[in-house]
Design a protein. Structure first.
Length: 117
């Protein structure tokens, strides 16, 4: 199971880094405005969360939501650690983390349902 979580982390971080690099390049050349950039970052993080949750659910044998919750706690732990080291913790971050937990859990539930069809 740890192997699946490590692959899930790859499914989270690789698309996240590639897509963020692309939109940052567009932003650098003034193709994207600051407002669009903020929303695209959120959409990209949610897309990567869903993709990794889907993978975790697809690879699990039963109870995809529990595996999704476990995996989302790993992701949130990584985000919490990085936010505590880089900047101060804000209340809006809790809402942001809850949304990520929900998206990963829904992705894992969908992944296990697709696998079982």
């Amino acid at each position: 199971m740890i192997k699946n979580y490590l692959k899930g982390l790859l499914f989270f971080f690789i698309p996240l880094l590639i897509l963020l690099l692309i939109i940052n390049t567009f932003y650098y050349f003034d193709i994207l405005s600051n407002n669009i950039m903020k929303y695209l970052k959120i959409v990209i993080i949610l897309f990567s969360s869903f993709l990794s949750g889907f993978y975790i659910g697809f690879k699990s044998n039963n109870k995809g939501y529990i595996n999704g919750l476990k995996f989302s706690l790993i992701i949130i732990g990584i985000f919490l650690l990085s936010s505590l080291l880089i900047k101060e913790f804000k209340f809006t971050s809790i809402i942001y983390y809850l949304i990520i937990i929900i998206v990963i859990t829904l992705g894992s539930m969908l992944g296990i349902n697709i696998k079982n069809k």
